[in-house]
Design a protein around this ligand. Structure first.
Ligand SMILES: *[C@@H]1O[C@H](CO)[C@@H](O)[C@H](O)[C@H]1NC(C)=O
Ligand SMILES: *[C@@H]1O[C@H](CO)[C@@H](O)[C@H](O)[C@H]1NC(C)=O
Ligand SMILES: *[C@@H]1O[C@H](CO)[C@@H](O)[C@H](O)[C@H]1NC(C)=O
Ligand SMILES: *[C@@H]1O[C@H](CO)[C@@H](O)[C@H](O)[C@H]1NC(C)=O
Ligand SMILES: *[C@@H]1O[C@H](CO)[C@@H](O)[C@H](O)[C@H]1NC(C)=O
Ligand SMILES: *[C@@H]1O[C@H](CO)[C@@H](O)[C@H](O)[C@H]1NC(C)=O
Ligand SMILES: *[C@@H]1O[C@H](CO)[C@@H](O)[C@H](O)[C@H]1NC(C)=O
Length: 476
């Protein structure tokens, strides 16, 4: 008898695996586009709540807003054996795909309207895409579906700790951006917390903002002055950590923290319906890792010394650069390391057709605006995968009045599925007539449609010979 009970227990508590389904707050909008069930081994499947954000919320607030778009997303945590996901879509389909393709996750149709796939790692950020809605130059994906698999939480604070602002699995409305004074050490959003509003540091004390809850800006107008720049603004102070939270439909940027040594980890940003939904502006020694950015303006501001960005997934919307170096007058920085970035979409030409004239800040690597004093060196950007058709790799030409140099730039292993053939979107690299120079750029192993590039023309890149030197493409 005892043996039998032990046996039963070991079956019920999978020794090698754990699936954590997050709770949901009542009253939160549930997706009517998708449903998802998750299971491990032979354990019963569980439903994971799918959230939804709708573009119609922002109609009239910014010219980029297209009607009747949605983003649906869900998050959960697991360890051990793979999680089998079964997604029910609103329409039937023949094929589905999962991005980033680097994950190598096969999407299979198992019955009508139903896709099944295995999630083997617990630090993944997936987009599931169906052939009835793959997007094109005429339209983006109308109903997007994102799935985020986390590792289990490891730092759940005590809710009664007076230094902690603790948001449980409920809905809250902060009526704007809550100011964090020096009595607060940590803000915690439990899984299932749905908090309308944002946070701003007003003291120098290092803050941790963490948990698996959601911060939504949906009910605040575009550029609502209640928010200083972004949903989370930790410009005051340094050594801040933002971890695990999901930010949705921001009134402007998602994150800004211009002090030193800030960290963003396992953060998800979704539903950038308006322009100016930039991803990350971060100070010297900034670290951004294992995060997902769906943006409709610059994703990463490459502005300060010692920036490290790694293992991030980017969905670049209609506007903005993936790596932005420009906008402000000075660009004085050194020692940047960006590694393993999967850009699963670049929507600059979406809605504009194949003959697309895009604004100057739309490129993978970009120097926009009037940046006139540059001293930028030792920039490494490696293992960048650009899925789909990439309209423009570089728009990196200095302003006419610029002086200074951008040198020792190493771009290694950039993989592009395809480049648009349209010449209005040629890439350009150049300095300035006032003496600004690009010097010693090595672009190694840049492949387009699996062909490695040895000459700039093969990548539609124009290089101004008068204001640049030693810009080389190589394969090896
Ligand atoms: C958006 O959807 C609504 C409801 O289906 C429809 O009436 C409307 O025409 C759509 N708008 C556009 C611009 O497609
Ligand atoms: C998915 O996982 C299940 C259960 O572990 C396994 O039987 C199946 O072969 C896997 N499918 C794929 C495509 O890896
Ligand atoms: C600090 O912020 C907390 C949370 O908003 C608030 O309850 C408290 O009154 C504030 N303390 C001071 C000194 O302003
Ligand atoms: C470069 O940046 C990294 C990461 O921020 C830092 O650890 C290192 O000390 C920096 N090196 C130099 C030479 O500044
Ligand atoms: C960039 O890569 C070069 C060559 O691999 C290396 O010497 C340099 O230290 C790297 N710099 C950074 C900031 O990672
Ligand atoms: C440019 O930056 C480097 C590295 O930070 C520094 O050593 C050098 O003095 C700077 N040069 C100018 C002209 O500011
Ligand atoms: C360039 O690509 C080749 C072929 O994939 C690979 O073997 C090599 O290690 C890459 N070079 C660098 C510096 O990453």
């Amino acid at each position: 008898m005892k043996k039998l009970i032990l046996l039963l227990t070991s079956i019920v508590n999978c020794v090698n695996c754990e699936l954590i389904i997050y709770p949901t707050s009542p009253g939160v909008d549930q997706s009517d586009k998708f449903k998802i069930n998750l299971h491990q081994e032979d354990f019963p499947a569980q439903n994971s709540f799918i959230y939804i954000s709708r573009s119609n919320n922002r109609i009239g607030q910014s010219t980029s807003v297209k009607p009747n778009r949605t983003v649906s997303w869900t998050s959960f945590a697991f360890t051990g054996t793979p999680v089998v996901a079964t997604v029910l879509a609103a329409q039937d389909f023949k094929q589905c795909i999962i991005r980033p393709k680097r994950y190598g996750i096969a999407c299979r149709k198992t019955e009508s309207n139903t896709a099944t796939f295995n999630i083997t790692e617990n630090t993944v950020m997936l987009s599931v895409e169906f052939d009835y809605d793959y997007g094109s130059f005429k339209s983006d994906i109308v109903d997007k579906l994102l799935i985020f698999a986390d590792a289990p939480e490891d730092d759940v604070p005590d809710p009664t700790d007076p230094g902690v602002l603790f948001y449980g699995s409920e809905a809250y409305n902060l009526k704007g951006q809550l100011q964090l004074n020096d009595s607060i050490r940590q803000v915690y959003l439990a899984p299932g917390a749905f908090v309308e509003g944002g946070f701003r540091t007003i003291s120098q004390k290092p803050i941790k903002i963490s948990g698996r809850g959601i911060l939504s800006g949906a009910n605040y107008p575009h550029k609502d002055p209640k928010f200083l720049w972004s949903i989370i603004n930790v410009d005051n102070g340094m050594n801040h950590i933002v971890e695990g939270v999901t930010m949705v439909d921001p009134p402007q940027f998602y994150f800004r923290g211009l002090g030193d040594n800030n960290v963003l980890r396992n953060v998800k940003t979704v539903a950038p319906w308006t322009y100016n939904t930039d991803g990350v502006g971060i100070g010297s020694g900034g670290l951004v890792e294992d995060s997902f950015f769906q943006t409709n303006d610059d994703t990463f501001k490459v502005y300060n010394d010692g920036l490290v960005v790694r293992r991030c997934v980017v969905w670049q919307g209609q506007n903005g650069a993936v790596f932005q170096f420009g906008w402000w007058v000075d660009r004085l920085l050194n020692n940047v390391s960006i590694d393993t970035i999967d850009v699963i979409h670049t929507d600059w030409c979406t809605f504009k057709g194949e003959v697309c004239h895009s604004s100057g800040n739309d490129a993978v690597m970009d120097l926009a605006g009037k940046t006139t004093l540059l001293n930028t060196s030792n920039i490494n950007i490696t293992n960048v995968r650009l899925e789909g058709i990439c309209p423009r790799i570089f728009n990196f030409v200095m302003d006419d009045k610029a002086t200074g140099i951008v040198k020792d730039v190493y771009l290694n292993n950039w993989v592009l599925d395809a480049l648009t053939a349209h010449t209005d979107m040629d890439s350009e690299l150049g300095g300035s007539r006032q003496g600004g120079r690009l010097s010693s750029w090595l672009i190694n192993n840049m492949t387009i449609a699996e062909k490695c590039i040895t000459r700039p023309s093969q990548a539609n890149v124009k290089i101004d010979p008068k204001t640049t030197n030693n810009i080389k493409f190589s394969c090896g």
